[in-house]
Write a protein that binds this ligand. Structure first.
Ligand code: SAH
Ligand code: SF4
Length: 343
């Protein structure tokens, strides 16, 4: 148990004997003002002291490392959580918005060839409290810089739709208790079809980003092993269902790999899917990783690919890489995340 894992009912049990409005005060302190339980505004001192020593109100994440890039506008945290798992969270400030990119799992079981997290394998799902605490810590850090956290993208480590219940519960609380609108919450999936279908029926209507990277099955099978289970035809149908049910614009993520998925034919195939889904395309050159040293498409090739999509009538954005100096994989993640929040 940790402070953001607990429900209101759990807090009520913890505060047994105190008047019930204390529960609301503590909830508001945690979610509205990002306070420590021991420093919760409005609670009497004896109660705060009791809460400060309460083990189930301990934080879930321990800060291991913080790195800054882009003159402090990009911050990456490495956290340790229980069972010695490690996760990353990235906070990015832009002139008019601040976005946090959160992890949904420690590691990932999907095994995408080009992804550092996939190469490292799966550790475990993150709990509601671990996901939420990343958001709250970012919100607090943003406030300390005189900023307000206003976008959340679940695009860090892990496949969010494989940890569906915890991700959704965390985002419900971000929406209702932290107060960030659903239009500013984005989930990025590798194409976990049952999860997309389920998400289409959720009352909480989120933005959906789909990491496509290839627009034909043989190539996608190679880059994204999950495609063998849920091939493109099924993925596109699930996206159509999502679109129909939510009327939200989907974005398609495409990491450009030199000579692999950046040819004119790839652009044509991608354009056909994007038009069918009325989707926005986010392009970014692949970030080489130790397990997949292929180079990203050079700038000129990225531009040519984008132009080809554009002239095929597709709405396309090319991402600027953020946080390069922090470390390559994270810069990648940060660039993607800021793109998702913009589109
Ligand atoms: N599992 C989810 C969300 C986390 S991955 C998903 O796959 O969508 C976040 C994004 O980073 C995905 O779009 C993923 O394809 C992309 N990504 C991973 N490794 C990358 C790399 N080396 N270069 C560029 N993009 C990468
Ligand atoms: Fe997992 Fe996403 Fe990385 Fe694929 S790209 S291994 S789904 S985190």
């Amino acid at each position: 148990m940790s402070r953001y894992e607990l429900t209101r009912a759990d807090l009520a049990r913890l505060l047994e004997g105190a008047p019930s409005y204390r529960v609301d005060q503590l909830w508001e302190a945690l979610y509205g003002r990002f306070e420590e339980p021991g420093g919760a505004t409005g609670l009497p001192r004896v109660l705060r002291e009791r809460l400060a020593g309460e083990p189930s109100l301990a934080p879930a994440l321990e800060l291991v490392d913080e790195s800054l890039a882009d003159g402090g506008e990009t911050v990456k945290w490495l956290f340790a959580c229980s069972g010695s798992a490690r996760i990353e969270t990235v906070l990015m400030h832009h002139p008019r918005r601040s976005t946090v990119c959160v992890s949904s799992q420690a590691g990932c079981a999907m095994g995408c060839a080009f992804c550092a997290t996939g190469q490292a394998g799966f550790r475990r799902h993150l709990g509601v409290g671990e996901i939420l605490e990343q958001v709250v810590r970012a919100a607090r850090a943003a406030r300390d810089r005189g900023r307000r956290l206003d976008h959340v993208v679940v695009m860090g480590m892990g496949e969010p739709l494989a940890n569906y219940d915890n991700v959704l519960e965390a985002l419900r609380r971000v929406r209702h208790d932290v107060g960030i609108g659903a239009r500013r919450l984005t989930v990025s999936t590798v194409g976990f079809v049952p999860g997309i279908r389920r998400l289409a029926r959720e009352p909480l209507q989120l933005n959906l980003a789909v990491s496509l990277h290839a627009a034909n099955d043989p190539l996608r099978d190679r880059l994204v092993p999950l495609n063998r289970r849920y091939p493109l035809g099924q993925l596109i149908e699930a996206c159509e269902e999502y679109l129909e049910a939510t009327r939200r614009r989907i974005s398609l993520e495409w990491a450009l790999i030199d000579g692999v998925n950046d040819r004119p034919a790839d652009a044509e195939e991608l354009a056909a899917i994007a038009r069918r889904l009325r989707a926005h395309v986010n392009l970014i050159p692949l970030n080489p990783t130790p397990g997949f040293p292929a180079p990203g498409t050079p700038e000129q090739g990225v531009r040519a690919f984008a132009e080809r999509l554009g002239s095929a009538g597709v709405n396309v954005t090319v991402r600027r890489t953020r946080g390069r100096s922090i470390d390559a994989a994270c810069g990648q993640l940060a660039a993607r995340a800021s793109g998702a929040a913009r589109s």
